[in-house]
Design a protein around this ligand. Structure first.
Ligand code: SF4
Length: 405
């Protein structure tokens, strides 16, 4: 029996008061997010980056230089289907217009300052943006097939300080802009030469996006949403919403909007099944406790038998890995179309946590599986290059600090 064949989830109706409180909270989150806004896409020389503009904004930019709106479709195709970075390669556009475009615009990419490939072929990119800020992106190939996931960052730093996460020790600097978010994926594809964008069901090497890198994507919702709409546009990169997963620590008020507006897959960094413990491990829980989080999962519009919600659970020895924890986990998520990813903890200097033993991992996984949920143990990838979960950016920061002033 699979979990999804159990009782169908019943979305709890939000009362009028609860709905308006959620709206107030949503507005507060969006206003706070604006305080960490990325720089504009304008270069010091007055040229504007075309990457990261919505179709409407691209049309406005072209009309502003005296071009007809139909050019949008043409240029969109060159940017996102062909992946060109030079106007001179837009062969369906006459040379004088190519030159005019090059005078007014650029086609930006983040600069890859470091690229490391792990023994297991995981590849980590340190990308530098125009203002010198940096974030990491990781490509994790599927070892059995020619495909793989690109793990993308949504913020420089993070506000959330989850205690098991080394990345979370770096405070939030700013949000990444839509151009920087989509740019990470495009630059990773440059590295593998995967242009033009494969159409339809044609296999792709960079076949899925997971918004699981540095930062909390639902605290930068507008830029993330804009970037994902660009990525999903069928005349460009054309990645299906089924191939995109957003991972959140549980920013409940933004989850409904994400589901209804983007319809992408959801992953929840759960990591504990009791509020007292989750308050400690994922401090955001003090604001949005487990009951609210699970209720938001039950009503998540894009979840179905075919598209399960992933519950991420980092296994910490003697902390959250008991059989009682496993039983409580399956009780909590009963009826949700879900799977549980069990993640062995990656120790890092300064952390007191230890990874669960193999035996405990196996016992925990068995209880979850017996309840009908898939519960793969996610073996850490790219450990040798610090590309595994929770390790992002830390090494690059350490290197920076050790440079002479
Ligand atoms: S797990 Fe994610 S949300 Fe939590 S501190 Fe790390 S990067 Fe931030």
């Amino acid at each position: 029996m699979t979990a999804v064949s159990a009782h169908a989830p019943q979305p709890p109706a939000e009362t009028g008061l609860a709905a308006s409180l959620t709206e107030v909270e949503r507005q507060r989150i969006l206003a706070k997010s604006a305080l960490f806004a990325p720089p504009t896409g304008m270069l010091p020389d007055g040229r504007r980056d075309l990457v990261g503009l919505s179709r409407e904004e691209l049309t406005d930019a072209l009309v502003a230089i005296g071009e007809k709106p139909f050019r949008t479709k043409q240029i969109w195709h060159w940017l996102y289907h062909q992946g060109v970075t030079d106007f001179a390669r837009m062969s369906s556009i006459a040379k004088p217009l190519q030159a005019k475009l090059a005078e007014r615009f650029v086609i930006g990419r983040p600069e890859a300052t470091t690229v490391q490939t792990s023994n297991d072929e995981t590849r980590k990119f340190l990308f530098r943006f125009r203002d010198g800020q940096e974030a990491e992106t990781v490509y994790i190939p599927d070892r059995r097939e020619d495909r793989g996931a690109v793990c993308i960052s949504s913020q420089v730093g993070c506000t959330l300080s989850c205690t098991f996460c080394h990345t979370g020790t770096q405070k939030l600097v700013r949000n990444l802009g839509a151009a920087e978010i989509v740019g990470q994926f495009m630059a990773a594809r440059d590295s593998y030469g995967e242009w033009p964008s494969p159409r339809g069901e044609t296999p792709r090497l960079l076949s899925t996006i997971v918004l699981m890198g540095m930062g909390e994507p639902l605290y930068n919702y507008e830029n993330v949403a804009k970037a994902m709409k660009i990525v999903m546009d069928g005349e460009g990169i054309g990645l299906s919403r089924r191939r995109i997963t957003l991972s959140t620590s549980g920013v409940v008020p933004m989850m409904d909007q994400c589901g209804s507006e983007l319809g992408i897959n959801l992953a929840i960094s759960l990591h504990a099944v009791r509020n007292d413990l989750r308050d400690e491990i994922v401090p955001l829980n003090r604001k949005y406790p487990i009951e609210e989080l699970i209720a938001a999962c039950r009503r998540y519009p894009a979840a179905s038998n075919a598209r399960r919600i992933t519950f991420e659970y980092i296994m910490l020895r003697g902390v959250n890995d008991s059989e009682a924890d496993a039983r409580e986990l399956v009780r909590l998520i009963a009826g949700i179309p879900a799977k549980v990813n069990l993640i062995p903890f990656n120790p890092w200097p300064g952390s007191d946590y230890r990874p669960s033993t193999r035996e405990q991992l196996a016992k925990f996984a068995q209880i979850v599986m017996d309840a009908g949920f898939a519960s793969p143990i996610r073996m850490p990838r790219g450990r040798d290059i610090l590309a595994a979960c929770g390790q992002l950016r830390t090494e690059s920061q350490r290197e920076r600090r050790s440079l002479p002033a």
